[in-house]
Design a protein around this ligand. Sequence first.
Ligand code: DGY
Length: 328
Amino acid sequence: MPLLESRPELELVVWPEDRACDRSWLLENIPGATGVIVMLTDKVNPELLDKAGPSLRVVSTMSVGYEHVDLAAAAQRGLKVGYTPDVLTDAVADLSVMLALMAGRNGGIGVSLVQNGEWPNFSWAPFGFCGPQLSTTAASPTRKIGFLGFGRIAQATLARLVPFGITHCLYSSNPSSPPNHQRDTDLAKKYNLKAVSKVNVDELARESDVLFVLAPGGQGTYHVINEGLLRKMKKTSILVNASRGTLVDSDALAKALKEGWIWGAGLDVVEGEPNVTIDHPLVKEPRCVIVPHIASATLETRRDMATRAAQNLVAAILGGDMPAQVDL
Ligand code: DGY
């Protein structure tokens, strides 16, 4: 806000609450706007763009994901679209590791048991609450970490896992992007790993001890984690999703957890969020740790995302280069 307010040439119309903007308010207030800052909860579709009218020149989203923006409709109207990559990479990578640990080590079960006053019913037991260990041990010296999507956030997550002694990094990414052998060799050398390899999704599912889903949302990745793939995973494996809920078929994942095809799951995002209530099949699964889409929610990162969104907007309106513009 200070950045926007420091530009006297801008007339600001601001949704005043710290929650997703009511659609009706947005539709009412957007006509005649030159630019708009939106959140990932705002659908930027022809309805909204037509309401804005021909004055609109820029859409700036305060998110790295932009599947809520109809890019074809934006391009057709000659709009610029800004987003907020880089600034949230570390916060999301931090939380991804937290979810892997929480899911593997029965974190969700343990926290709710203590909060429900049930600890006195569970004395320390030799094999009580045991789960698969993320760090390697002398008896278990191999850990294969998989990434569905191998962009900035996945690579930052990999960097955080190196001190756990992981040995292999496998990833699957957009089939149309060519393998980057040199980058993979460099990463393996830098982190002292046995290999960093691009594999197909079946191999990724079969081999990963922890599988991190960190790919963009949208049609192309819809339910890429489905029953067929979950059935291929190891019984001791963990699935982490910190990208978009649409990548994971929730019913299939709930079945996988209930029937023990995999060990646990850590989710920052769930399809259909925020309508995820206590009767949701995943919420009912004790080994599914779910947090409400908070991967980027650190004070530092959200300020940086807001600043980047404002910078994108101002640059596009005043005719400069946006710090982070989506290629349309
Ligand atoms: C994004 O920016 O797309 C993230 O999902 C927000 O945490």
